[in-house]
Design a protein around this ligand. Structure first.
Ligand SMILES: *Cc1c(COP(=O)(O)O)cnc(C)c1O
Length: 395
């Protein structure tokens, strides 16, 4: 069997997304800034895509800026709010300890430039509350940036409540919604979101294209300087095939959002039920407020990396922590943030599903993962210490 269960890292492009892109590769290839007919055809496609993305988020087209993906959107949102804040002597930024690195590393950079960054502690289920945000807001707070849903452990945060708190206190609210867009209902106006990042390749669109929603009235700071594209806020000839394809993928995902959620969460729950039976294991994240496709476990006494390699040999593509942390020996900052000790955080497994996965695949995973965990535990000195009582079990 060949099973792709790493949809939080990236997804397969859908037929809808591929078909939407095709006419713009060779047929309508003009530069939308050109005044001739070929250019204007591309400009029309760009405008239509912007309308589609705006409709999916509940905003107007001029509030959408196209970017190269989620990371760029996160960078631009955060830097823009910071620059606006500094003009009024507000240099305090609130975020959480388990954000994506595109957010955390941007905040690190701002810290070096004299901003004060406060990372809210995350609860053991991977949640933060709107009350925590309310309590942290100060007169000099210029930005609250909290992710919509966590990419590693799948917890979904109370975004509308946090939005309401920020609106009441007059603080800009940005959310990294890369894991949520196309998977959960979003309405930026109803949820009082000022800025929102999304990325096409997380909802069956192409890689290297994303969008930033920016509420009218918020001044953007350029990350990329050059031509006057995107209202002068993001230079560079627009990725028309990618943008058109992203819009089609987002529309498709939003039109099927409820039926996909029902199907995918049934697959998820089968895995959670099956893998929970492994001894000394624990589900990471919130069992209830959870992305439909996310399954995340820690297995005590093993290394996640070896687990992944052995699962790969059995045809199962999974992940341990985030794709961005893999390759480094540090345990995931997300698992540490929810209080998993280092030795437990090392034995993590994330399976992230989509609507084209099947129940047969889930059954296969539920059969194979415990075998591989057992095999690795039997070779592990860590595990021997645990079973001989030289060290206490944590899970
Ligand atoms: C994937 C991801 C990103 C980065 O998006 P890219 O388009 O790959 O740059 C940012 N935040 C979250 C939560 C993600 O899952």
């Amino acid at each position: 069997m060949n099973i792709y269960a790493d949809n939080a890292a990236t997804t397969r492009m859908s037929d809808v997304a591929v078909q939407a892109m095709m006419p713009y590769l060779q047929g309508i290839y003009g530069n939308p800034s050109s005044l001739h007919t070929a250019g204007q055809e591309a400009a029309e496609a760009l405008a239509a895509a912007r309308q589609t993305v705006a409709d999916c988020l509940g905003c107007i087209p001029k509030e959408i800026i196209f970017t190269s993906g989620g990371s760029e959107a996160d960078n631009q949102a955060i830097v823009s709010a910071a620059v606006m804040g500094a003009r009024r002597n507000k240099k305090h930024i609130i975020s959480t300890a388990f954000e994506h690195h595109a957010v955390l590393h941007t905040l690190k950079k701002l810290e070096k430039e004299g901003y004060e960054v406060e990372l809210l502690p995350v609860g053991s289920k991977g949640n933060i509350t709107a009350q925590q945000v309310a309590d942290a807001i100060r007169p000099d707070t210029c930005l609250v940036t909290v992710m919509y849903a966590n990419n590693e452990i799948g917890s979904v945060l109370p975004i509308a409540e946090i939005g309401a708190v920020c609106k009441e206190k007059g603080v800009i609210f940005h959310t990294d919604a890369v894991q949520a867009a196309g998977h959960l209902h979003i309405n930026v106006k109803e949820q009082n979101i000022d800025m929102l990042s999304l990325s096409a390749h997380k909802f069956h669109g192409p890689k290297g294209v994303g969008a930033l929603y920016v509420r009218s009235g918020i001044a953007l700071t350029n990350i990329i300087e050059g031509g006057a594209q995107e209202r002068g806020k993001r230079a560079g000839t627009e990725n028309i095939p990618g943008i058109v394809s992203m819009a089609a993928a987002l529309k498709d995902a939003c039109e099927h959002i409820d039926e996909n959620a029902v199907k995918v969460s049934a697959l998820r729950d089968r895995l959670i039920e099956g893998l929970s039976k492994v001894s000394h294991s624990a589900l990471n994240g919130d069992p209830d407020s959870r992305l439909p496709g996310n399954v995340s476990f820690c297995f005590e006494g093993i290394e996640g990396e070896s687990l992944l390699l052995l699962l790969d040999m059995k045809g199962i593509c999974a992940s341990s922590g985030s794709a961005c942390t893999s390759g480094s020996l540090d345990p995931s900052h997300v698992l540490l943030a929810i209080g998993r000790p280092h030795e437990v955080a090392h034995g993590s497994l994330r399976l992230s599903l989509c609507e084209s996965n099947t129940m047969e695949e889930m059954d296969y995973i539920v059969e194979e993962v415990p075998k591989v965990v057992d095999y690795l535990r039997n070779m592990s000195p860590m595990w021997k210490d645990l079973v001989n009582g030289r060290k206490p079990f944590i899970l």
